[in-house]
Design a protein around this ligand. Structure first.
Ligand code: SIN
Ligand code: FE
Length: 317
C-alpha cells in the first residue's frame, strides 16, 4: 500500500503534478492500493448523516447503486427514495469523480465513469451465495458491464463513524501468474472463454441485440475475467495458500485500487461508499501489467475487439 502525500481536495501541493500523477497511475496499475487519508477527501457531516440513516433492511440487491449518467438509484426497496439520501449519494459520486479526475490526469479524458455504490450492510458473517460472497478473495468482473479490456478502477470511502473496513488482498495478477498453479488457473479461464462453444454463445448474444434483446456484449477477455472471479472464489487451495495481506481502512479513510488486478476480500465493516471507473487501454502507463496482457500472453491470442471492429479477431497474438 502507498499513501497519497501531495494531493487533496484543494489540488496538488507544490510538486510537478504531471509527474506525480503518472507515478500514482503506474503504481496503481502495478497493483498498489493508494491510501487517501480522511483529511484529503471529506464527506460533509450532513451528507454522512443522511447516508448512515438508511436501514440495511431496505436493500433489494447486494448494494445500493447510483448511476451518475442518469441519476438513477438502484437496489432500494420501497416506492419512494429519501430525498436527503439521494442527494447525498449523488454528491459523493460527483465529488469522488472530481477528486479522481484532478489526481489521475492521464486517465480522465478517456475513462468511462461507471456506477457508484453504497454498502450499508455489515460484511462480517454476511450470508451470500458463493459467487456473491465478499469475504473470498477475487478479482472483479461485472456480468452486466463488460469492459472489452478496459480496466476497473475503484475509489472507496469508509463512512463508518468508528469501525475500520477490513480487507484481505493477495498479490496482483502478474505476480500470481509467475506461479505455475495460478498461471494454470488463468490459462484455463482464458481457454474456456475462447473455446468454440463460448464464442458461439457470445455470437448468439450479439445477434439477440439486433432483434432488440439487450444482452451484454462480452469479449473473450470479459468471459475469461468472469470465470477467473468464480474460479478464485471456488478454489479452496487458492484461498488457503495464496499470499495474503490484511488492511484496516479507518473511519473516514478512502482508497483507490484496480480491483481487476488485485485479488481482494472484505472481512468486516459497514457503510462503505464507492465510485467505479473503466480506464481505457490507450491511457494506461504500464499496459503490460494489465490482466488483459497477462491472460492474452498465457492464451497466446488476442481477446478483445479493436476499435471499429464489430467482432473479435480470432488470430493468434
Ligand atoms: C468488492 O469485493 O469489490 C467490495 C469490497 C468492499 O465492499 O469493501
Ligand atoms: Fe470485488
Amino acid at each position: 500500500m502507498i499513501e497519497l502525500t501531495d494531493y487533496s481536495e484543494a489540488g496538488w501541493s507544490n510538486v510537478d503534478a504531471r509527474a506525480r500523477a503518472r507515478f500514482y497511475c503506474e503504481q496503481l496499475e502495478r497493483g498498489e492500493i493508494l491510501f487517501v487519508d480522511a483529511s484529503r477527501f471529506r464527506v460533509p457531516q450532513s451528507d454522512r448523516a443522511a447516508l448512515l440513516k438508511i436501514a440495511p433492511l431496505s436493500l433489494r440487491q447486494k448494494n445500493i447503486s447510483y448511476a451518475p449518467s442518469t441519476g438513477v438509484i438502484g437496489g432500494l426497496g420501497g416506492s419512494s427514495t429519501d430525498e436527503d439520501f439521494a442527494s447525498a449519494f449523488a454528491r459523493y459520486s460527483a465529488h469522488s469523480i472530481r477528486f479522481c479526475a484532478g489526481l489521475l490526469g492521464p486517465y480522465s479524458d478517456s475513462w468511462r465513469v461507471e456506477l457508484a455504490s453504497f454498502r450499508p450492510v455489515e460484511e462480517h458473517d454476511r450470508q451470500l451465495s458463493m459467487t456473491e460472497r465478499n469475504d473470498l478473495l477475487h478479482v472483479d468482473a461485472f456480468p452486466g458491464r463488460p469492459t472489452n479490456g478496459a480496466r476497473i478502477l475503484r475509489f472507496f470511502t469508509n463512512l463508518h463513524p468508528h469501525d475500520a473496513r477490513v480487507w484481505l488482498t493477495s498479490d496482483p495478477i502478474p505476480s500470481l501468474a509467475a506461479r505455475q498453479e495460478y498461471a494454470a488457473m488463468m490459462l484455463d479461464c482464458g481457454r474456456i472463454a475462447t473455446s468454440a462453444a463460448s464464442r458461439a454463445i457470445a455470437n448468439l448474444m450479439r445477434a439477440a441485440a439486433h432483434v432488440g434483446i439487450a444482452l451484454p456484449d462480452r469479449s473473450s477477455y470479459d468471459r475469461a475475467m468472469l470465470r477467473l472471479h468464480d474460479a478464485m472464489k471456488g478454489d479452496a487451495e487458492f484461498q488457503a495458500d495464496c499470499p495474503k495481506y490484511r488492511h484496516e481502512f479507518g473511519p473516514g479513510a478512502s482508497w483507490l485500487v484496480f480491483t481487476d488486478t488485485v485479488p481482494h476480500a472484505v472481512l468486516a465493516g459497514r457503510f462503505a461508499l464507492e465510485q467505479s471507473f473503466f480506464i481505457a487501454r490507450d491511457s494506461l502507463i504500464a499496459p503490460e501489467s494489465s490482466p488483459l496482457a497477462v491472460i492474452e500472453r498465457l492464451a497466446g491470442r488476442a481477446m478483445t475487439k479493436q476499435a471499429g471492429e464489430s467482432v473479435e479477431r480470432q488470430g493468434a497474438l
